[in-house]
Design a protein around this ligand. Structure first.
Ligand SMILES: *[C@@H]1O[C@H](CO)[C@@H](O)[C@H](O)[C@H]1NC(C)=O
Ligand SMILES: *[C@@H]1O[C@H](CO)[C@@H](O)[C@H](O)[C@H]1NC(C)=O
Ligand SMILES: *[C@@H]1O[C@H](CO)[C@@H](O)[C@H](O)[C@H]1NC(C)=O
Ligand SMILES: *[C@@H]1O[C@H](CO)[C@@H](O)[C@H](O)[C@H]1NC(C)=O
Ligand SMILES: *[C@@H]1O[C@H](CO)[C@@H](O)[C@H](O)[C@H]1NC(C)=O
Ligand SMILES: *[C@@H]1O[C@H](CO)[C@@H](O)[C@H](O)[C@H]1NC(C)=O
Ligand SMILES: *[C@@H]1O[C@H](CO)[C@@H](O)[C@H](O)[C@H]1NC(C)=O
Ligand SMILES: *[C@@H]1O[C@H](CO)[C@@H](O)[C@H](O)[C@H]1NC(C)=O
Ligand SMILES: *[C@@H]1O[C@H](CO)[C@@H](O)[C@H](O)[C@H]1NC(C)=O
Length: 455
């Protein structure tokens, strides 16, 4: 009864200290806020000093932890630990040497109910004081905090950056294990922070490329709890946003088939770049490349002067890239570069159609005109149409180029040059003169059909 009264009086007096007096006689240095995981432990780094300064005899100096409960103010029910061993309401132990003014405390077997504001107190003979101006907020959570992913340096291709993942380690006795998708079994390092708390960390240095853009780093921290019988895991993810110079710059052409002079051809430039590229169009000339347009889209009206080789350049902050070249010709055919099979396919189809026309025409000729003499006499009947103007009436001359090697898959891998050397080229020129009798087309008149057959 007596000791209780003394204690109550003591707390009444010292209770006023909790309001942080002007002239406190005890100070501690410890983190202001600490987070911990239920089922695990917490090390509270702590040192103290008294005013006026004095020595603390280790045999009669006791460290006391008080929890503040706003509903009741400070009273003896709030003393949750006394290093003398008289109060062990909460599973704590002062591991620091009090005579060295070290009040480092191990708080173990944490439960969420321990979330509170705590004050440290020293009782050493006549010196009894609470560090009322240095409260410590402890938050005990059921789930661990997420680890932090940090990246040093600029996220640009060719940059070497160090990526780290770190997890708070309130209980260095049973630290978390960190793993991530950047490497197998990364070495875990436990580092001491400036405030004497600890952090578990893994890190890796990588040289960035465009392939890293959009890659999601996922790091998980696995904390052992309840003496290692269970674990609790938290995960953090971070997606890399890597800038890079233009890649895969290419030109597409529309229409891709045959185009007659006077019509429009659309050229479109595309590229993979971050930030997005801007585009410039160039045309090769005798005097070098000349800039012809800006923007990803370029429309050309096909005439004799638009003939030539075009290309685009994609540019962003990180660099530029030149596309392959594309040929625009006014012959009616727009040739694609050899990597695109479309032009060749169209050529083969047109060639086959013309070849069939020639065969039909020859067959017609043979059946209707058994002798050459007869043909000549018939031709003589129409002198006005006897000499076709081949040079000028280009539209009446049809060329078909048939490359049979395209139809043989084993030859397709051979280069253009190799094929040229291996193949015999056979040219067949078929001249068909027609008279009014055998002309099936409405236009009539003589017509030359050439079939250029490359075998
Ligand atoms: C605790 O120790 C640190 C470093 O030794 C010192 O700066 C600080 O003043 C000490 N705290 C107290 C309350 O004496
Ligand atoms: C500490 O206190 C004990 C008992 O009160 C005493 O015997 C001892 O000499 C003291 N030590 C110091 C260093 O003052
Ligand atoms: C702490 O324990 C000591 C030794 O038993 C005792 O003298 C002191 O009153 C206790 N303090 C509190 C606040 O329990
Ligand atoms: C305080 O004591 C702890 C052991 O509990 C020790 O790890 C720490 O280094 C000590 N601090 C100082 C400043 O000596
Ligand atoms: C935690 O506190 C609540 C009331 O605040 C109580 O009902 C519960 O029993 C306590 N749990 C433990 C494990 O002490
Ligand atoms: C990626 O970085 C660029 C700047 O380089 C920025 O404009 C863009 O918004 C970022 N994207 C994301 C998803 O953060
Ligand atoms: C070319 O682009 C223009 C404007 O976008 C469009 O109207 C036209 O149809 C396109 N021509 C071809 C052949 O794609
Ligand atoms: C292109 O055609 C025009 C007439 O359409 C002609 O005057 C000009 O000389 C031609 N230019 C070339 C380079 O052939
Ligand atoms: C592309 O970049 C090179 C240097 O990296 C520069 O010399 C050149 O002028 C650039 N080209 C264009 C079209 O911006």
């Amino acid at each position: 009864m007596l000791t209780d009264n003394i204690l109550l009086t003591l707390f009444f007096v010292s209770g006023a200290l909790a309001a942080c007096p002007h002239n406190p006689s005890l100070f501690i240095t410890a983190p202001k806020k600490m987070e911990a995981l239920s089922g695990s432990c917490l090390i509270i780094p702590c040192n103290f000093s008294a005013k006026p300064d004095q020595d603390f005899n280790s045999t009669r100096t006791f460290g006391v932890w008080i929890k503040s409960d706003s509903r009741f103010g400070i009273n003896r029910n709030n003393v949750i630990f006394n290093s003398s061993g008289t109060v062990t309401t909460y599973p704590m132990s002062i591991t620091g040497e009090l005579s060295q003014k070290n009040c480092t405390t191990l708080f173990s077997s944490l439960i969420t109910n321990y979330t509170d504001r705590y004050f440290f107190r020293i009782e050493s003979g006549t010196f009894i004081a609470t560090a009322s101006c240095d409260p410590l907020q402890i938050t005990v959570q059921d789930s661990p905090p997420r680890p932090r992913i940090e990246i040093s340096g600029d996220l640009k291709e060719k940059e070497s950056v160090t990526i780290s993942c770190s997890a708070s380690t309130p209980c260095p006795h049973s630290p978390p294990k960190l793993t991530w998708n950047l490497q197998q079994d990364p070495p875990n390092n436990i580092e001491e922070n400036t405030d004497q708390t600890f952090t578990t960390k893994i890190q890796k240095t990588i040289t960035l490329s465009d392939t890293h853009d959009g890659f999601t780093i996922s790091c998980s921290a696995t904390y052992p709890v309840n003496e290692g019988r269970e674990v609790k895991t938290a995960e953090e993810r971070k997606t890399l946003n890597v800038s890079y110079a233009p890649k895969d710059t290419s030109v597409s052409i529309s229409p891709s088939g045959l185009v007659s002079a006077g019509s429009w051809v659309n050229l479109t430039c595309s590229s993979r770049a971050k930030p997005p590229a801007s585009f410039s169009w160039f045309k090769n000339s005798k005097d070098g490349a000349i800039s012809v347009a800006e923007g990803d889209f370029y429309s050309v009206k096909v005439t004799n002067v638009t003939d030539g080789v075009y290309y685009c350049v994609a540019t962003n902050d990180l660099g530029n890239q030149t596309s392959s070249e594309i040929h625009v010709t006014n012959e009616g055919a727009t040739k694609l570069d050899p990597s695109s099979p479309w032009g060749a396919v169209v050529g083969v189809i047109i060639g086959i159609i013309i070849l069939l026309c020639v065969i039909v025409a020859v067959w017609w000729y043979k059946t209707k005109h058994p002798t050459l003499q007869q043909t000549q006499s018939l031709t003589a009947e129409g002198p006005a149409v006897q000499e076709p103007a081949r040079a000028t009436e280009t539209e009446d001359i049809h060329y078909g180029e048939i490359d049979f090697s395209k139809q043989r898959p084993e030859a397709s891998s051979a280069s253009e040059q190799d094929r040229g050397q291996q193949q015999d080229t056979l040219y067949a020129q078929v001249k068909v003169s027609r008279t009014a009798k055998n002309v099936r087309r409405t236009a009539g008149g003589p017509e030359d059909l050439y079939a250029l057959v490359k075998k």
